[in-house]
Design a protein around this ligand. Structure first.
Ligand code: KIV
Ligand code: ZN
Length: 519
C-alpha cells in the first residue's frame, strides 16, 4: 500500500531567515493562506521567541489557518518553548512545538561547549516541557548529518522516550550526500529503540545542490516527512525546494510509486510566484518546475516534437503544476466587482479599505494600458498594500532627464495630512528620485540590489521593481513598487522599503537577542 509523505513547509521560518527575505505580517498571512490552498501538511510559521513580530505572525496563523498543523520553533530553552506554546495555542489540537539542539562534535565543542550527557538531558527536558503544551512535539538534532551516528541515535532515542512524535534529522550545512544521508536514516531506523513510535523527518539544505536527492534518499530509507521551502528559499544556498520533491515523487511512479503526497500540485506555480513577490527573491528562469523557462521550448526540433506529441520533450504536464491557466484580462471598463472576483481567484483576502486602494491603482493603470492581466494585478496588490495614512505615500513625481541634462527629480510625499515636497539631482533618473526621497525624509540608505521586470509582454507592460536597501546596520530591507513607468515604480519601491524599515526596526528593537547557545 502506498505511504503518505508529510510535507512540512518552513518557508515562513527557515525561508524567511535568508537575508533580505523578511516579510511583514500581511505578507506572511498571504503566504500562509496560499500554503493552506496548496494543502501542505505542516506550516512552520516562525520562531516565536525571536521577536514580537514573529510571535504575532505565528499566533495569527495559528488562529486563522485551518487544515495544516501549525508549528512554532524553539531552542531547548524554557523561555523559547513557553513562547512557542503560547503562540500556537490558538491552533488547538493542530499545534506543534519544534525544539532543536545541536548535536555534532563541532557544535558541541565550539558553540555549545557541552558534553554528551548534557545534550541528552537538555533535549529530554525540552521535549517534556513542550509536551506540557501540546502532544505533537518535533525534535531536531541540529547538524544531525555531521553527528556521530551512535550519539545521534542516543539523543533521538531519548527525545522519543520523552515524547517526541517526530524526529527530524537536519543536514544543516548541506554537507550530506545521498548515499550517506539515506544510510544514516536507515541506521536510526535499525538502531533507535522506539523509532517506530515517531515519524522520521528529513531537513536538507542545498549547499552542494543535493537537497532534493538527499530528501529522496531519506524517503527511500524510512523518512516519512520532508521539510523544505517553496522555491527552495533559505539561508545560503537555501532549503530543499518542496515543489521539486513533490513533483519527483509524482512524475516517477516507476521508482517512487509507493509514496504519495497530498499537495494540490495545480497550486504550485501560484504559490511560487506569491512567495517570490512576498519575499522579494526572484526565481531563476531555468529553475525546475516553477522557472519561466521550465516548460518553454525554443529549439525548432523540440517545438516540432511537442506539437506532434507533447511527451516527446515534456515529462510533466505544465497544467499539473498550474502553468497555462487561462486568464481573462480586465480593462479600464471593468468594475470593482470584477476586480474583487479576480483578486479572490488570485487568492487575495483583502478588506474593503485595501480593495479601495487596489481599485484606485487599477483604474490608474487601466487608463495607461489596454489590458490588465493577473500579473499586473499581483504587482498592484503588492504595491498598494501596506499603504495607510500612517505610511509615506507617493503623491507626485516628476523627473527631468536626457542625454545632456543633469537628471533632477521633484517628489511630493504624503503621510496623513502631512505633505512634503523637494527636488534633488541624481546620477540618473532613479537615483534622482531616491535622493529626493532621502532629502525629504532626512535619511540615507544604500541601494544594494535593484531588479526590474515587465510583469506581462508589450510596451505598455507594468514594470515591477524590487530593491534591497541597507538603512544602516546591515539589515537588508526589501521594497517593491509597480507602475507602467519604471521611474515611478522605482520611487514606489524605495518608499515601500522606507515604510517597512519603521516596522522592521520596531520588530528588531523589541527582539531578545538570539544567542545560539543554551544557557
Ligand atoms: O537547518 C537546521 O538545522 C534547522 C533546524 C532548526 C531544524 O533549520
Ligand atoms: Zn534549516
Amino acid at each position: 500500500m502506498a505511504e503518505k509523505i508529510i510535507i512540512f513547509d518552513t518557508t515562513l521560518r527557515d525561508g524567511e531567515q535568508c537575508p533580505g527575505a523578511s516579510m511583514n505580517l500581511r505578507e506572511k498571512m498571504e503566504v500562509a493562506r496560499q500554503l493552506q490552498r496548496l494543502n501542505v501538511d505542516v506550516i512552520e510559521a516562525g520562531f516565536p521567541v525571536i521577536s514580537d513580530g514573529d510571535f504575532e505572525a505565528v499566533e495569527r496563523i495559528a488562529k486563522e489557518i485551518r487544515g495544516p498543523i501549525i508549528a512554532g520553533l524553539a531552542r531547548c530553552v524554557p523561555q523559547d518553548i513557553d513562547a512557542a506554546g503560547a503562540a500556537i495555542k490558538a491552533a488547538d489540537n493542530r499545534g506543534r512545538i519544534h525544539v532543536f539542539l545541536a548535536t555534532s562534535k563541532i557544535h558541541r565543542e565550539f558553540k555549545l561547549k557541552k558534553a554528551h550527557d548534557e545534550i541528552v538531558r537538555l533535549a529530554t527536558e525540552a521535549v517534556r516541557r513542550a509536551k506540557s503544551y501540546v502532544t505533537d512535539v518535533e525534535f531536531s538534532p541540529e547538524d544531525g548529518s555531521r553527528t556521530e551516528p551512535e550519539f545521534l541515535a542516543k539523543v533521538v532515542e531519548a527525545a522519543i522516550s520523552a515524547g517526541a512524535t517526530t524526529v527530524n534529522i537536519p543536514d544543516t550545512v548541506g554537507y550530506a550526500v545521498p548515499e550517506q544521508y539515506g544510510a544514516l536514516i536507515k541506521y536510526l531506523k535499525d538502531n533507535v529503540h522506539g523509532i517506530d513510535d515517531a515519524i522520521i523527518s528529513a531537513h536538507c539544505h542545498n549547499d552542494l545542490g543535493l537537497a532534493v536527492a538527499n530528501s529522496i534518499a531519506a524517503i527511500r530509507n524510512g523518512a516519512r516527512q520532508i521539510e523544505g521551502t517553496i522555491n527552495g528559499i533559505g539561508e545560503r544556498a537555501g532549503n530543499v525546494a518542496l515543489e521539486e520533491v513533490v513533483m519527483a515523487l509524482k512524475t516517477r511512479p516507476d521508482y517512487y510509486g509507493s509514496f504519495y503526497t497530498e499537495v494540490h500540485t495545480q497550486e504550485i506555480v501560484k504559490t511560487s510566484r506569491l512567495v517570490s513577490r512576498m519575499s522579494g527573491l526572484m526565481v531563476a528562469r531555468s529553475k525546475a518546475i516553477v522557472g519561466e523557462n521550465a516548460f518553454a521550448h525554443s529549439a525548432g526540433i523540440h517545438q516540432d516534437g511537442i506539437l506532434k506529441h507533447r511527451e516527446t520533450y515534456e515529462i510533466m504536464n505544465p497544467h499539473d503544476v498550474g502553468w497555462g491557466e487561462t486568464e481573462l484580462p480586465l480593462t479600464k471598463h471593468s468594475g470593482r466587482h470584477a476586480l474583487v472576483s479576480r483578486l479572490e481567484h488570485l487568492g487575495y483576502n483583502l478588506n474593503d479599505e485595501e480593495i479601495g486602494q487596489v481599485f484606485a491603482r487599477f483604474k490608474e493603470i487601466g487608463d495607461k494600458k489596454k489590458f490588465v492581466y493577473d500579473d499586473d494585478l499581483n504587482a498592484l496588490v503588492d504595491d498598494s498594500m501596506g499603504m495607510t495614512k500612517d505610511t509615506w505615500n507617493l503623491d507626485y513625481i516628476n523627473v527631468t532627464t536626457g542625454t545632456s541634462t543633469v537628471p533632477t527629480a521633484t517628489v511630493r510625499l504624503r503621510r496623513g495630512d502631512v505633505v512634503l515636497q523637494d527636488s534633488a539631482p541624481g546620477n540618473g533618473a532613479v537615483d534622482a528620485a531616491m535622493k529626493t526621497i532621502d532629502r525629504i525624509l532626512h535619511q540615507k540608505a544604500e541601494l544594494v540590489e535593484y531588479h526590474v521586470i515587465a510583469t506581462t509582454g508589450g510596451k505598455d507592460a507594468v514594470g515591477e521593481v524590487t530593491i534591497k536597501c541597507d538603512f544602516g546596520g546591515g539589515q537588508l530591507v526589501t521594497g517593491k513598487g509597480a507602475s507602467t513607468d519604471v521611474i515611478e515604480a522605482s520611487a514606489r519601491a524605495y518608499l515601500n522599503a522606507v515604510n517597512r524599515v519603521a516596522g522592521v526596526s520596531q520588530v528588531y528593537n523589541s527582539a531578545p537577542q538570539l544567542i545560539d547557545t543554551v544557557p
